[in-house]
Design a binder for this molecule. Structure first.
Ligand code: PSU
Ligand code: MN
Length: 304
């Protein structure tokens, strides 16, 4: 297997400087072209502005990349044939020389493998509505249950069954901390209406929990930092609920299953809200990239 660590990322890691992993599925399958490339670049810049080195993860021609150059980022954003790679897809993709964007499960696994401790995304995958019939539960949850990484996200995607997702996170032993909130964020919405048990008000407290996880030992579980989209930038909740109901119905009608469900629902929301869902999604990821950089900076500054 070829694992290509970008020079800049390797350098930062070697010198104990902050690094933030970014996923690529949100770029290739979660946001419409050509805006997706703009957002990919912007997220990397936000991480840099926060004093950390961005490491966007993807698989290109069967080679694992941790940290992409401009041409590689353009390829991930522009190539319509990019596959969607969860953790379980990495092995066949490598074997076949395939190219694909990595999901939270694929990215978290690879980032942690090279020693990156902080990862920013939009919304986590989780338990889908109708899960009692479909058994559709994102592989993101399994990665979170078995990887020592801190994932900064705006909660779980609101297209999911959020209470069931929170319940699974509890069962799997994944620590969830609300950032400046005692409500679990609702991805496009500031709040999902569900409570969280723990709240942190600064990056230092988050890093304190990361250090405590390390000293406690035990199963390698993740730390989810649930960072809400600011209220002024959230999607109008009424519009959200209405369009989401249509999206779920359309998904069932079109018999969309497996990997295609999440991109289908996100795309439906963007197209039927006049782009307002896109703006809320981008606002959420921006905030997560900024916060992840702060956490990574405190993490390295307090290492000894
Ligand atoms: N966050 C976003 N947009 C996305 C995703 C997250 O703002 O598109 C992606 C992540 O890569 C996540 C995936 O891992 O959606 C979940 O897909 P699934 O439900 O098929 O596991
Ligand atoms: Mn799924």
């Amino acid at each position: 297997m070829t694992l290509l660590l970008a020079d800049e990322v390797r350098d930062a890691m070697a010198h104990g400087r902050p690094v933030v992993a970014l996923e690529s599925t949100i770029i290739a399958h979660g946001l419409p072209r050509p805006r997706n490339l703009e957002v990919a670049r912007e997220l990397e810049q936000l991480v840099r502005d926060g004093g950390a080195v961005p490491a966007t993860v993807a698989v290109l021609d069967g080679r694992v990349h941790v940290g992409l150059d401009e041409a590689e980022l353009e390829r991930v954003a522009g190539d319509e044939k990019m596959r969607k790679l969860g953790h379980r897809d990495l092995a066949p993709a490598i074997a076949e020389g395939a190219s694909g964007a990595t999901t939270v499960s694929g990215t978290g696994f690879l980032a942690s493998k090279v020693g990156i401790r902080v990862f920013a995304t939009g919304g986590l995958g989780g338990v889908h509505r109708g899960w009692t019939q479909t058994q559709d539960e994102s592989a993101d949850l399994r990665m979170l249950a078995s990887t020592r990484i801190t994932v900064v996200c705006a909660g779980a995607k609101s297209v999911l069954d959020v209470p069931a997702t929170l319940q699974r996170l509890e069962t799997l032993g994944v620590t969830v901390i609300g950032y400046g909130t005692d409500a679990f964020p609702g991805f496009y919405l500031t709040s999902s209406g569900e409570p969280v048990d723990w709240t942190a008000h600064d990056a230092r407290t988050v890093v304190g929990a990361m250090r405590a996880q390390e000293s406690l030992g035990g199963p390698c579980t993740a730390l989810v930092v649930a960072n809400p989209v600011p209220q002024e930038q959230q999607l109008d909740p009424e519009l959200h609920d209405r369009v989401l109901a249509e999206a779920l119905a359309a998904c069932e009608r079109d018999r969309v299953t497996g990997q295609d469900v999440t991109p289908y629902l996100l795309d439906h929301l963007v197209r039927h809200t006049d782009g307002a869902a896109l703006e809320a999604n981008v606002a959420a990821v921006r905030g997560n990239a900024r916060l992840a950089a702060r956490i990574a900076a405190v993490w390295t500054a307090t290492a000894h």
